[in-house]
Design a protein around this ligand. Sequence first.
Ligand SMILES: Nc1ncnc2c1ncn2[C@@H]1O[C@H](COP(=O)(O)OP(=O)(O)O)[C@@H](O)[C@H]1O
Ligand SMILES: [Mg+2]
Length: 248
Amino acid sequence: MSETKIERGELRYEGKAKRVYATATPTEYIVEYKDDATAFNGVKKAQIGGKGAINNAITAAIYPLLEAAGIPTHFISKLSDTEQLVKAVTIVPVEVIVRNVAAGSFSKRLDIAEGTPLSRPVVEYCYKSDALGDPLINTDTAVSLGWATEDDLKRIRELALQVRDFLTPFFLARGIRLIDFKLEFGKLSSGEIVLADEISPDTCRFWDAQTNEKMDKDRFRRDLGGVEDAYAEMLRRVTQGAANQSEN
Ligand SMILES: Nc1ncnc2c1ncn2[C@@H]1O[C@H](COP(=O)(O)OP(=O)(O)O)[C@@H](O)[C@H]1O
Ligand SMILES: [Mg+2]
């Protein structure tokens, strides 16, 4: 049988970093990764050359590994440099942050120095709302306002910690400390919760294990320079495997 090229249907959603298109199959979407970068709730905007292709490639490399580790995801296949085919889900409007080490808003809110290791991982929840700037919430709020059920949130927390348990040693073997990361989950029509969205330098804090140099979107947020190089280096470390880093 000849291969059918999967064509983009109508644009369903355009976010800050990606576009979501319908396909001829109602249960599948095409996600296109853009070079657009935003920070501080869209106040700071720029293009990061090659970011779309890099984040697409990193997510496309990691999601199958998570699947193999027993974590259900929306990922189906990589279609092109900047596109991937995913299962259409209804996104749970709760962003899930998992922290290994204090940084970013956690450090600010609690006045804990960035880089302070946490004695156990911390899972935080934010309401996914650009208009409100993704405010911190707790799970009672999400249940009370009908964003997710108690069972959904229990499953989401379990999966988020499984992602953490897989990714932390995965990155360390590649010379990277996984400081924190943000996940989004969605529901299939069956009701199953799956990991959606992306895992990339846009959504994680990565610090070089030797130098603690930032290798993620903080280089853009904080005007540290070398943004493109850091993203490219993260792709190299993800795809080249663990060998070199663990040897030295
Ligand atoms: N499998 C999926 N099905 C439906 N929507 C998805 C899926 N994966 C991600 N999304 C949504 O698509 C949008 C991705 O675009 P992005 O630019 O990251 O958005 P945002 O500006 O909200 O961060 C997000 O709203 C995300 O929740
Ligand atoms: Mg996003």
